[in-house]
Design a protein around this ligand. Structure first.
Ligand code: ZN
Length: 455
């Protein structure tokens, strides 16, 4: 392709300095760090050489967007851009309308390279900056990127890339949600035969995030807002070294929304269709008692999935009833609780409900105890179809929603609830959608890149 020795001037004092630093590096780490700037110089020369070669090829001029006359070359003009190897410069032909229309100058080579008119950094550096920002604060992301490309990257620049990419991710999602609402079913994600045979678990939970009190003003009291998160995963059984069988989440996909439950519902349904809920051998909805999320289940998933009320949550309610009815300090209360919990777990929920109903019939029950018993009875009666734990265990479904809740919390907690953080609505949404793209394995596709060698 090219002869590097022609292209790099070894007598260049800057290159000479790099060689001297390499010679003088005593340790391996220092040696590698000293070679890195030279590697960047070599890389820049290769890139600039290829660009120069392409710029010399004949240009085909598009018509003027204003009058339609063929554009004409005005000669070469130089263009600069920050890349992963440092600043690149190239010269390419630019054209104008021969009739003098007031249009911006046109550079067909830039268009062929996928470079936007006002773009100052190339795509790979933006993608890497966004990937870092998914996990660490913008300032840290900027600093790491600066080390790598040997220049200064501002946190503000990383923030801007995140906003642009996040907006694009949100727009794609909205298109897909709208398409499904019109009846255009999305292409399901390819699954291995092994995963296809596993049950699909779904669930949702709310997580609070600190927001700025008003847009644009970082001062003032924090406003906490709920982010609704949904998770979908295949349940795989895994045997540990001690021989215990534990359930793990495979092919985990997350959805999230800063907004009402209807918007969560449409996103969760879209993802469920992508994860082939309609063809899953078994689907299960795992949740604690949160009312809004059970309404979501009733309206959207009750036909496809078995609803399971978190067993530990249900047991907690039983203890509340025992403590109110029989006084929590007594052996009698503990004994009834243990017995009720056992029956609930082993297929006799109706016996437990009957006990609670009997307790309510007792005359002279204090008003507070009556209130608690009524609440617990109503709660379990409302979830009567979601507390058949013996049957769930038999068919290999989990009884708890813990793993669903921890997946939901992890998505938000790890990045959005750092000390002193408070978000604007847009800033939060854009980063959230990049983080979703990352955890769902769609980050590279969003940037049109293949970064990992094995994908
Ligand atoms: Zn024109």
């Amino acid at each position: 392709m090219l002869c590097l020795s022609d292209s790099i001037r070894y007598d260049d004092p800057a290159v000479q300095r790099l060689f001297r630093t390499i010679e003088a590096a005593p340790t391996l780490t220092q040696l590698i760090l000293a070679v890195w700037p030279l590697a960047r110089v070599l890389a820049l020369h290769v890139v600039e050489h290829v660009l120069a070669e392409r710029a010399r090829r004949p240009t085909s001029w598009p018509p003027c967007p204003a009058c339609g006359t063929g554009l004409r070359s005005k000669g070469f003009a130089s263009r600069q851009m920050m890349s992963l190897f440092g600043p690149i410069q190239w010269r390419r032909r630019v054209g104008r309308c021969p009739r003098g229309c007031a249009i911006p100058q046109v550079a067909p080579l830039d268009a062929a390279l996928g470079v936007q008119p006002h773009q100052q950094t190339s795509g790979e550096i933006q993608a890497l900056g966004c990937a870092l920002a998914v996990f660490v604060p913008f300032a840290t992301a900027a600093r790491l990127l600066g080390w790598y490309c040997g220049g200064v990257v501002s946190p503000r620049a990383v923030w801007c890339w995140v906003q642009a990419a996040g907006q694009q991710a949100m727009a794609h999602l909205q298109e897909d949600v709208d398409a499904l609402a019109r009846g255009d079913v999305p292409t399901p994600e390819p699954l291995t035969a092994e995963l296809t045979a596993l049950p699909l678990a779904l669930g949702a939970d709310g997580v609070m995030v600190p927001f700025r009190p008003e847009a644009g003003a970082p001062q003032g009291k924090i406003r906490w807002r709920e982010i609704k998160v949904g998770v979908l995963a295949r349940l795989s059984q895994h045997r540990t070294r001690t021989g215990q069988v534990v359930t793990r989440l495979a092919q985990r996909r997350l959805v999230a929304v800063l907004g009402d439950i209807e918007r969560l519902t449409s996103r969760l349904w879209l993802e469920a269709v992508r994860q082939s809920i309609l063809r899953a051998p078994q689907a299960v909805w795992l949740s604690d008692g949160g009312r809004g999320f059970w309404r979501l289940f009733d309206e959207r998933f009750a036909r496809q999935a078995t609803g399971v009320l978190d067993f530990y949550h249900a047991a907690q309610h039983l203890w509340k009833a025992a403590a109110a009815w029989l006084d929590g300090r007594t052996t009698q209360a503990r004994r009834w609780f243990t017995w009720a919990r056992h029956r609930l777990r082993h297929g006799m929920p109706d016996g437990v409900l009957a006990d609670l109903a009997d307790a309510l019939d007792v005359e002279g029950l204090p008003a507070t105890a009556r209130d608690t018993l009524t609440t617990v009875h109503a709660y379990l009666a409302r979830h009567r179809e979601h507390i058949n734990y013996a049957r769930y265990k038999e068919v290999g479904l989990p009884l708890g929603s813990g793993m669903v809740e921890s997946a939901c919390k992890w998505l938000i907690q790890q990045r959005f609830k750092g000390v002193g953080m408070r978000w604007s609505e847009d800033g939060f949404n854009h980063l959230l959608h990049l983080r979703l793209a990352w955890v769902n394995g769609r980050f590279e596709a969003l940037f049109g890149l293949t970064l990992s060698p094995n994908q």
